[in-house]
Design a binder for this molecule. Structure first.
Ligand code: ADP
Length: 550
């Protein structure tokens, strides 16, 4: 990129780089006694303050220095949401190295691939992942040592791992005299690979500057609205796009942080939310299924939990209605992607919407939302020409902004930008008020007779049926129309519904030619590493499926 021109008169403000270490320093100094509570994989609840977190992160940064980790070198984690993972967020990036968070749900071969691609020097992991590490360690060529994120008492007596270190030993062996280094804010800070539904995973390499700007913007009232009055549970994993930036935006706001560890079932989450006075949370739609079911089945209400952001895939309107109307939890629909750090838009009402009837308001809340400051977006046709913001015309969604990738790590995939815009791979409409609504991922759009059918709309309607737990709509080959929509449905336990009934349920709610040609029932849907339905797997599975209309 060409540098921007300089004015002959420059501002006279301190030239202080925007560094990740400054967030934890700030929290430790200004919200020193506010807590970080973690459900540990060891089983118990651990609690300490921001002051202690910062001190231990600094000791770990010191230890990394002792291990010879240089600026820009990658240090990987394979871990749940917890305080040690949080310490590494700051120790690794704060010391100038690059934190590479790995999704443990990836196939072991893919894990080895990205460790080698990133040239990770050290790999920190939770006790749960010991068998996984033992299986992949020999294939991770650049890793000098693996570090078990636990204390001496939990170290295995025997292991196949050639070099295994103990996290608490590393912390105990260093002094307190480390000071966070200052360096260029555009330095790389963390690395996250896309889940790579097609081809190999590609790395998004965030900088200190991009991370800080994203944290500022996402904490704002119009976005996630995090403040020091909040107690926040990131249910979204810290290996999924940095838990949507919460490990940065929460301490920056002085809020209490509550980490659920590996216990993500409805009962465990409910108990944690109640015992820690949780007010705000964040996660993909599938994790809310468990919590909602637990609450409804046991007639439970939340005492303090009042807001959640749901994103990563479309929040089904039926889920939003249940949370708002039955459980008194307001839903912020969020949209973004790994390449966007991840936040791009958040749903919410503006003052002019407040007098609208509830149903109209709900339609606005169901959209993926309004751009947060820092993100610009547009929709374009196949020739790249911009399309109108009328809420009806749909096109390819392009974005730009200071926390959006300009390319992938190691130039994987070559030039990705189009005239300075990043093509998201999503298809969307934007209304005159700037609210964006995703109709589909371009890969998932169903092409019927030369026209596009949005699968998300059909899924949302199906999931509003009381007997439907989950639904995915895919395009299946049709001799006349090319593709026709088909619903793949998981029923709620103990509930019955037929394909005909479901088709009837959709009638009148969508255009007639969007009605699914077939409905099949399955026990479970294939889920990807980030908790999303793998439609590519479904398409593969039903490639030879004969539709009744064919
Ligand atoms: P991956 O692309 O590897 O699956 P990401 O988490 O980066 O992992 O996924 C980003 C994609 O997820 C977006 O491009 C979009 O298709 C989808 N997505 C995210 N949030 C939403 C949402 N609220 N509604 C619909 N789709 C969403």
């Amino acid at each position: 990129m060409t540098p921007y021109p300089k004015s002959p008169v420059m501002g006279q403000m301190m030239d202080q780089p925007l560094l990740i270490s400054s967030i934890i320093e700030f929290a430790a100094r200004h919200y020193s006694s506010n807590e970080i509570v973690s459900r540990r994989v060891e089983g118990d609840l651990h609690r300490y303050t921001y002051r202690e977190c910062e001190a231990r992160a600094r000791r770990m940064a010191h230890a990394l220095q002792g291990l010879g980790v240089q600026m820009g070198e990658r240090v990987a984690t394979l871990a749940w949401n917890g305080y040690r993972h949080m310490e590494l967020y700051y120790a690794v990036s704060g010391s100038g190295a690059v934190l590479h968070t790995i999704n443990p749900r990836l196939h072991p071969e893919q894990i080895a691939y990205i460790v080698n691609h990133a040239e990770d020097q050290y790999l920190f992991f939770d006790l749960t992942f010991l068998p996984l590490i033992e299986a992949v360690a020999a294939h991770c060529k650049t890793v000098k040592s693996f570090v078990l994120m636990s204390d001496r008492a939990h170290m295995p007596t025997e292991t196949k791992i050639a070099s295994l270190l103990c996290y608490e030993d590393l912390i105990a062996a260093t002094g307190d005299d480390y000071a966070w280094p200052q360096f260029d804010e555009n330095s790389a800070a963390s690395l996250c690979y896309t889940s790579g539904t097609t081809g190999n995973p590609k790395g998004a390499l965030y900088s200190h500057r991009s991370t800080l700007l994203h944290a500022y913007a996402s904490a704002m009232p119009g976005a996630l609205n995090v403040s020091s009055k909040d107690s926040v549970v990131p249910v979204v994993p810290m290996f999924h796009v940095n838990a949507w930036g919460l490990p940065y935006s929460v301490p920056l706001s002085g809020a209490k942080m509550v980490f659920p560890g590996a216990a993500l079932d409805g009962k465990s989450l409910y108990e944690l939310f109640e015992s820690e006075g949780v007010t705000f949370s964040a996660g993909v739609p599938t994790v809310w299924l468990g919590l909602i079911n637990h609450a409804l089945q046991n007639n439970l209400k939340f005492s303090t939990f009042r807001r959640t952001v749901i994103g990563g895939s479309a929040c089904p309107p039926a889920m939003m209605d249940t949370l708002i109307d039955k459980l008194d939890v307001h839903v912020i629909h969020g949209w973004g992607m790994t390449e966007m750090s991840p936040l791009g838009t958040t749903g919410g009402l503006q003052s002019k919407h407040l007098a609208l009837p509830k149903e109209e308001q709900r339609k606005i809340l169901q959209k993926q939302g309004h751009a947060i400051f820092g993100v610009d977006m547009k929709i374009v046709n196949d020739d790249g020409e911009e399309l109108p913001w009328d809420g009806e015309t749909y096109g390819h969604l392009y974005v730009k902004g200071p926390w959006i990738v300009s390319g992938y790590f190691r130039d994987e995939g070559g030039d990705v930008l189009k005239d300075g815009w990043f093509p998201t791979g999503d298809v969307a409409t934007i209304d005159p008020d700037g609210y964006m609504q995703i109709t589909d991922r371009s890969k998932d759009v169903i092409k019927s007779g030369g026209e596009w059918i949005g699968s998300i709309d059909i899924e949302n309607i199906a999931m509003a049926h009381p007997a439907v737990l989950q639904a995915a709509c895919i395009g299946v080959a049709h001799p006349k129309w090319d593709e026709r929509p088909m619903l793949v449905v998981v029923k709620r336990p103990g509930q019955e519904v037929s394909g005909e009934e479901l088709r009837g349920f959709c009638e009148g709610k969508i255009a007639k030619w969007w009605l699914p040609d077939d409905v099949v029932f399955v026990e479970a849907l294939p889920m990807g590493a980030t908790g999303k339905i793998q439609k590519n797997k479904l398409r593969e599975q039903y490639r030879e499926h004969k539709l009744p209309t064919a």
